[in-house]
Design a protein around this ligand. Structure first.
Ligand SMILES: Cc1cc2nc3c(=O)[nH]c(=O)nc-3n(C[C@H](O)[C@H](O)[C@H](O)COP(=O)(O)OP(=O)(O)OC[C@H]3O[C@@H](n4cnc5c(N)ncnc54)[C@H](O)[C@@H]3O)c2cc1C
Length: 379
């Protein structure tokens, strides 16, 4: 109970649970079939003020700490993983870097509109030849009178077709490696910024994944986020926070798959299914503990890079394992196109890839263990 006179924090998770169950879950099969979000999705997220989560009220946001954000993302992903991933990208790797690395002018220009959902945020780091090794990116920027000129191509960019604002990373010279990379805030209407194609995917239908082309895109000096050469550090910091969010999305899918499995075991019990159910429950519990620990660390201002990668690795692994075993438990009906168990498996399989593959999480974990000892409190 809040003490008299205190302002009780909005019960974010409870609000998300209601929104997910009553508004999103009924739309989920149609979103999967059509690969589109109906307008009711953005309306619901805006009405619940989820687009402003983690953005302080002083900048027009809804407030809320990482624990609130992960609670909301898990609940939304339980209903529809694509909706949760859209929101996770908008919040973690577009709005947060503006908050942490932007100037007051950039915060004033973008955060209130991102928070209201007037602008959807995107993050464009990956390229056809630069995914896991982001420092190998080839999109170029040149200093020009009055600002910068950007040219290149980005691949697998979530939200980009609808995004009002995209954080684009480019290099002054690929030979400079990470030291050459700078981030730019590029509004949708900027001439030369073009969505070349919308990519069809195995899962996460509804979430836009696009190829983005930059043809001599001119931006002013006010578009630069942080210092020249600081772009990769900004991107990696944003991704560390983003992984806590993506882990909670995977957790929501894992929970939905677990619940579907439990329903199926109750409907037709067998000893082998009980083993599957018990394993799924244990994997879900372990993943949940790591997500909570990563969020707690981030909120406490403690190092959380290791914890975020552990959470992302285990939650995405749990989602895939539980959803895959769920197909066995559901029997042949579970593998039919359009079945709940089938959709959950397709959605789950994307989580070990986005915001750093599982192999990259393992490298981050190993590097943290071998080099940065202060974070080693897990064991
Ligand atoms: C649905 C979806 C949405 C996405 N959204 C965005 C977005 O909004 N913005 C954005 O910038 N990017 C986005 N991405 C891109 C994503 O971040 C990359 O796909 C990911 O980083 C992997 O890069 P890659 O696809 O180029 O694979 P590669 O880097 O070519 O990797 C291929 C395989 O090799 C493995 N591998 C690579 N290097 C190593 C190594 N050193 N050691 C061991 N194994 C290794 C990888 O784990 C992977 O299994 C998205 C991707 C997907 C699928």
């Amino acid at each position: 109970m809040a003490s008299a006179g205190s302002t009780e924090a909005p019960p974010w998770r409870a609000r998300a649970r209601r929104c997910a169950a009553e508004e999103l879950r009924p739309l989920s099969a149609e979103i999967d079939r059509s690969d589109r979000f109906p307008s009711a999705v953005a309306e619901a997220l805006a009405r619940e003020r989820f687009f402003g989560l983690g953005i302080p009220p002083a900048w027009g946001g809804s407030g809320g700490d990482t624990a609130a954000v992960v609670g909301v993302l898990e609940e939304l992903a339980w209903a529809n993983a694509a909706v949760a991933v859209e929101l996770a990208v908008h919040l973690s790797v577009c709005a947060q870097p503006i908050l942490t690395d932007g100037t007051d002018e950039q915060r004033r220009a973008y955060l209130p509109r991102l928070a209201r959902g007037e602008l959807l945020g995107a993050f464009a780091l990956s390229e056809p030849g630069a995914g896991s090794d982001a420092a190998a990116l080839r999109t170029r920027y040149e200093r020009r009178a009055g600002g910068y000129r950007l040219s290149g191509a980005k691949m697998f960019i979530s939200n980009a077709a609808s995004a009002g604002l995209t954080l684009v990373f480019a290099t002054r010279d690929p030979a400079l490696g990470h030291a050459g990379i700078t981030g730019f805030l590029v509004p949708k209407e900027t001439p030369g910024l073009r969505v070349a194609q919308r990519l069809e995917k195995l899962g996460l239908h509804g979430s836009e994944t696009t190829e983005l082309v930059l043809e001599e895109v001119r931006v002013g000096p006010e578009a630069r986020l942080g210092a020249e050469g600081a772009g990769l550090a900004i991107a990696l910091r944003a991704l560390a926070g983003g992984r806590v969010g993506i882990a909670s999305c995977a957790l929501g899918v894992a929970r939905a798959a677990y619940e579907e499995m439990e329903r199926n075991v109750r409907a037709a019990d067998a000893e082998w299914k009980r083993h599957a159910l018990a394993q799924a429950y244990a994997e879900l519990a372990a993943a949940r503990a790591t997500v909570a620990e990563a969020a707690r660390r981030k909120d406490a201002g403690e190092p959380f890079v290791l914890a975020a990668s552990v959470a992302k690795l285990l939650a995405s692994r749990a989602a895939v394992a539980i959803a895959a075993r769920g197909i066995d438990v559901a029997g042949p009906a579970g593998a039919r196109a359009g079945a709940e168990a089938e959709r959950l498996l397709r959605d789950a399989r994307v989580f070990p890839i986005v915001e750093g593959t599982s192999e990259i999480q393992e490298l981050v974990i190993a590097r943290s263990l071998l080099e940065a000892t202060e974070e080693r409190t897990v064991l």
